[in-house]
Every structure is written in structure tokens, then in C-alpha cells.
Design a protein around this ligand. Sequence first.
Ligand SMILES: [Zn+2]
Ligand SMILES: [Zn+2]
Ligand SMILES: [Zn+2]
Length: 388
Amino acid sequence: MADNCLNDIKSAITNMHKALNSHQRVHPEVTGPAKELAVQSQKLLDLYLSMTDQLKSQIDNYRLLINDTQTDNNEKLQKILDKLESTPANEKPTPYNVVAQNPPKINYKTVLVKPKNNLLNPPQTKEAICNSIPACDIKCNQISINKTNVAFKFSNENSKNKFLKSVSENPDLNTAMEAYEPTPKCPTIKLKNIDYSTNESDIINQLIMQNDMQDLKNHIKLLFTIKKRHYFDAILCVSPHVYDLLFQRTLFIGWSACIAEQTFLLGHCSNCLSFQHRTKDCPNKSSKKCKNCGISFSTTRINNQQSEFITHIKNCSHFNCCHCAEKNLPAEHPALTDLCPLYCNKIKQTWDRTCYDSSTKVKFFNKLSIPNVTNNNPSTQPPSPSTP
Ligand SMILES: [Zn+2]
Ligand SMILES: [Zn+2]
Ligand SMILES: [Zn+2]
């Protein structure tokens, strides 16, 4: 009973460590508390073991005492000690997935209000709204102002709709401003190892036809592909309401089956690994920086020989993360991996900005050809081959 309980906790801690190691891309807001829980559980377990050891030896001492002193109360004492040694059978450890559950993140519904006809600036826009719409009617959580507009955040759909209606139906307001819901940042997924018998332009169609997803047709969009030797990967942008339907599901595309993985586009340069510009804007196109050691090598091939870069990365085992080294942080790890705190932070920021609210539907307009990855469509994710 007690042994079972102990073994359950031990294996739960081991499982937690295993899960943390094999799913390194889980959000730090989840892995942080999970790691903490594993450490604290282990401490509690050690404390429990040392306390029970102490109690056991105390019981043994009392037993010796009873045997030495023959009194009438021996039988009673014996019963008490027996009871102390038995353990309650109905106590079970709480499963770690129950304990580790984080409070759910609030998905705010945002409405942007943009001044129009040059009548007001953003602070005046805010003032006009606050003076014309009674706050008691609408539950607004937060207002923020930037150079071009005012953002109102609501925690429920009703308040958001009421607010939109109040602005659009008020003649004083609607002549000077426009209220609208911004297109949310949509989740991105990666489909790995697609066979080259599938044309890039057919990916979305095949995905929809072969996996019975006809009603999702306008909610999935191909961003770009990553070509590899025998197969290629496709990076897709999906409407928030589609994400849960696809995540970790096996999907058939042509002659391949792939598992939909979560991915994040961090928009770094694939040549010099900088986060400051995209690959197409890199001033240094003829060399590439090694993710391990942070040194740049030429990518030029001379006489059909391997480039310096390719020769180097096959043998490089020295770790000096270029991003951490630049900020004088400990850098003995490869860049752009889960071992780098700056990279993890970028992932977290992107994750936090992405909308995963399954009630949010975003429609894409799939072009027949492959989307031009360099266009500046605001609803498009910043594409870059940054997925590790
Ligand atoms: Zn660059
Ligand atoms: Zn290197
Ligand atoms: Zn680093």
C-alpha cells in the first residue's frame, strides 16, 4: 500500500523528467512549473523517507522497551504500535498532470480604433470614446495607445461586440474613427518529410482531400517549404480554430504521412543567424555562421569541392552561442536550440503573441501558386527558414 504509493510517486517523478527531456519545445510557462514540481516532489519524498525511517526506529525502540518491562498495558501498547506501523490504504498521490495544471491564459478580444478623416489623434480618440460610451455597460480590461490607434481589450465576446456596436452606431464617433478587430497572429505548423512526388502547389489541396477537411479549405495556408535531400518540409499557417484539430495528428499528403508539429517563425537570418534582419537582407551572402561555434565560413564551392562551411559543420564540436556571447552571457551551447535561453525567450514571446483561441476563425485567400514569401501581407507570418 504505502510501497505502491511511494513507487507511484517515484515513477511519476521519473516520467515527468522523461517527458520534460523528450518534449523540450513545450512552453516554458509549463516546463518551468513542471520542473519545479519534480524537484519539490523529490524533496518531499526524501523528507518522507527520512521521517518514516526515524519513526520506524522509534517504534522499534518502544518494542524493545515493552519486551523489557512486562506490564499489564503491554497488550494495549502493542495494538497502538501495530496501528502506527500500518498505513492508510485510501491515500493516493495526486497525479502530476493534475497538480501541474497552469491557470488558463486569458484570450483577450482586442478591438482597434483608428482615427479617420484626420479629425482626432489617438489620445483624443480614446477620450472621445471614454466620454461617449458608459464604462459600466461594457467590461473593458485594458486600453493602450500607440502612434496610430487605440487598443481596447475585453475578456468576453459580449463586451467586445457591444463596444463595436456602440462605436459604429454613434454618429459623433463613427465619423471620426473606425473600430475593427485586428487579424490575430495565427499558429504555424510544420509537416515534415513530404515526398517530392507531391508538388508544392498541391500540398493544401491534397491535405484537404486526403484528410476529409473540406470545410477547412480557406483556413490553411502554405507559407514556404524547406527542401532536403530526399524529402521536403512544409510550413503552414493555420487559423486558430484549426490548430487543435491538426496538432500532433497524422496527416496524409500524396504518398506521405506526416505528423503536424507546432513550429515558430522567429524571422532570423539563416546566413549570419542575426535576429535583426531576414536572410534576403543579409549583407553577407557568401558566408554562413556555424550554429555551434559562432564562426562564419565561406559557402562558395570551388572546383566542385565542398564549401568551407559544409566541411566545417560536419566536424564542429565547439560550442559558443553567437547570440549569448554577444550579450556576455554563458555561451557554451549551440545557438538557436532549446539550450539557449535567448532562443527560448524568443520562442516564448512568439508563442505568447500567437492566437490559439479555438473560437477564432481566420480566413486565408490561397493563391493557386506558391505564396510569395517576401510580400508584406500583414496577415502573413514573417516567413523565414528558422524552424530547427
Ligand atoms: Zn544575416
Ligand atoms: Zn562551428
Ligand atoms: Zn545562447
